[in-house]
Ligand binder design. Structure first.
Ligand code: HEM
Length: 528
């Protein structure tokens, strides 16, 4: 009996070992033996993703942790990862031309977003970010028209208004110094208010407390909690929400509160749509109106289901606020570190706008130094840090030879192989940026707002739809803030700026890549 059990264990272990060896050999073939890491786990699935970056596990955070040496180690802008235990084999690339071959989308593409990678984006329903093929085209056709100049004018106006509201509500009007232990507290609030108001007409404002007088959680607070617990919600089974643990219960209440808010908003907007149709009046052309109209549409090419409508509202709220808020926090951190650059930005603001009036949309293209500071901060902390694609058929990739060598090598890529465009790698690639480790906004001066040389919003047809939205909002808010206040880092006792930079200007990785909490002091500028 015991001998039988032992034989069974030996047989099962042998089958397992052989299956892993076969998997590993197939993995090596799939990446055409491109040099790279040979490790137990693929970094984007469990358990590799949650384990720290060490010599035997690269982990989710390795593009950031090894941003200066990962590609140098293999003397190539692309390398492979072949796990022998768990996960698919794949290629990481820091070359944007390799990126273009996989991220462009379109009906002829051989690469799509893999289902597992999109799972975290599908919690509320299919949406523009996760969709592929004809579904993506339909979603883009519905949303595209909402991103126009009247939206950007509205973003500018609303950002000005929100800046004034912030100064009042934070009690800064009579202060000469305001200390903020984590500047994200301001930037997240700003970005959520602007996307909520401008794209959806939601009644958010700066002063709404987390809990309302009737004891209910505010929608803004519910959104914050849902965003913070997003990854947990993706993996947690339903029964977990019955556990009497405070933050889990808060997360449950936040989800319920938001679902009710969305249902009410959709019902109101549908009523407005019907009223506009019967009165031959005009319904707003904001993103929400476009989505509701598509939900009610009889045209199959434009029709969105209820789930797709809600899925898009959530993805826009999240994609449209986390990324911008992280980048603004990084920009203020860098402004605090580099006084001379901050003074340069300040002088340009005063030259163009002066000290007394609010900036206008006509000033926007002239505020090149504010824009450049924002771009450079986004280059150093690219919020959309990974673009994950999978070959949906046997295909090929053309991989340029290392810098200094002409030509490229075309390699076969079998169906199922993942190709990851590592945005940190792209933004720190010396082929594109001299001294990539240095904060140098001057590299963006003279580069047009639409230029493809700025790749952090992605490139090609699936480039970020909110690029101009994010830049307009950020330039407007930074112009107001930096004209009135000088930013300084809050140092710990005995700490130098260099030590502050190492402690604070480090990446925090959740769904997007951001900077750790940035503690800054705003010192009111005195007028000469
Ligand atoms: C600093 C701010 C932002 C950054 C760095 C950023 C970055 C990106 C990147 C890299 C992608 C491509 C993702 C991929 O292909 O896998 C993307 C797509 C997208 N972004 Fe943004 N984004 C920002 C702000 C915004 C804003 C403000 C909105 C909404 C108002 C938005 C909505 C979207 C949407 C809907 C897509 C999917 C587009 C498509 O596939 O057709 N983003 N973004």
């Amino acid at each position: 009996m015991q001998a039988n059990t032992t034989n069974l264990i030996i047989a099962a272990s042998s089958i397992f070992v052989i299956s892993r060896v076969v998997k590993f050999i197939n993995g090596l073939k799939a990446v055409n033996y491109l040099p790279g890491y040979r490790i137990p786990f693929w970094p984007l699935c469990l358990p590799g993703a949650v384990l720290p970056t060490t010599w035997w596990n690269v982990g989710m955070a390795f593009p950031w942790r090894r941003r200066f040496d990962a590609y140098r180690q293999f003397n190539n802008e692309s390398f492979s990862i072949v796990p022998w235990l768990v996960g698919p084999a794949g290629i990481y690339t820091s070359n944007i031309d390799v990126g273009r071959q996989v991220i462009a989308g379109g009906h002829k593409t051989s690469f799509i977003k893999p289902e597992e990678a999109s799972q975290s984006l599908l919690l509320w329903g299919m949406n523009l970010v996760a969709a592929e093929g004809d579904t993506w085209r339909k979603h883009r056709r519905v949303m595209g028209p909402a991103f126009n100049n009247s939206l950007y004018n509205l973003v500018w106006e609303r950002t000005l208004q929100t800046y004034h509201e912030m100064v009042r509500a934070e009690g800064w009007a009579d202060k000469d110094i305001a200390e903020v232990p984590a500047v994200q507290k301001l930037t997240f609030k700003l970005a959520l208010l602007i996307i909520g108001h401008c794209a959806f007409g939601f009644p958010f404002d700066w002063s709404t407390p987390a809990n309302l007088s009737d004891g209910l959680m505010s929608v803004q607070e519910a959104l914050r909690i849902v965003a913070d617990t997003h990854m947990f919600s993706v993996i947690a089974p339903k029964w977990v929400y019955k556990l009497p643990i405070k933050w889990i219960q808060e997360s449950r209440i936040a989800h319920e509160q938001l679902a009710k808010f969305m249902r009410d908003q959709v019902a109101d907007r549908k009523q407005a749509l019907h009223a506009a149709q019967s009165d031959k009046g005009a319904l707003g052309r904001d993103a929400f109106s476009m989505l509701v109209a598509a939900n009610e549409s009889e045209n199959e090419k434009l029709k969105l289901s209820d789930q797709e409508l809600i899925g898009n509202v959530f993805i826009m709220l999240f994609a449209g606020h986390e990324t911008t808020a992280h980048t603004l926090a990084a920009t203020l951190g860098f402004m605090g570190l580099y006084e001379d650059i901050q003074e340069d930005v300040f002088r340009q603001i005063v030259d163009i706008v002066g000290l007394d009036r609010d900036p206008t949309m006509e000033d926007y293209p002239k505020l090149t130094k504010v824009t450049a500071a924002f771009y450079e901060s986004l280059r150093m902390f690219p919020a959309g840090h990974l673009m994950i694609r999978e070959a949906c058929e046997d295909t090929t990739l053309s991989i340029p030879n290392p810098v200094g060598q002409e030509g490229s090598e075309t390699i076969p890529v079998p169906k199922g192989t993942q190709v990851v465009v590592d945005m940190v790698g792209v933004q720190y690639n010396p082929r594109y940026f001299k001294e990539p480790e240095k904060f140098k906004p001057s590299r963006w001066e003279g580069v047009s707002n639409e230029s493809e040389s700025f790749t952090a919003f992605s490139v090609g047809p699936r480039m970020c739809i909110g690029r101009k939205f994010a830049i307009t909002e950020s330039v407007c808010w930074l112009t107001m803030l930096l004209r009135e206040w000088r930013v300084e880092p809050i140092l710990q006792p005995g700490e130098t700026k260099e030590q502050w930079q190492r402690r604070v200007m480090d990446a925090k990785l959740v769904l997007t890549l951001g900077v750790a909490d940035v503690p800054v002091r705003f010192v009111r500028r005195t007028r000469a």
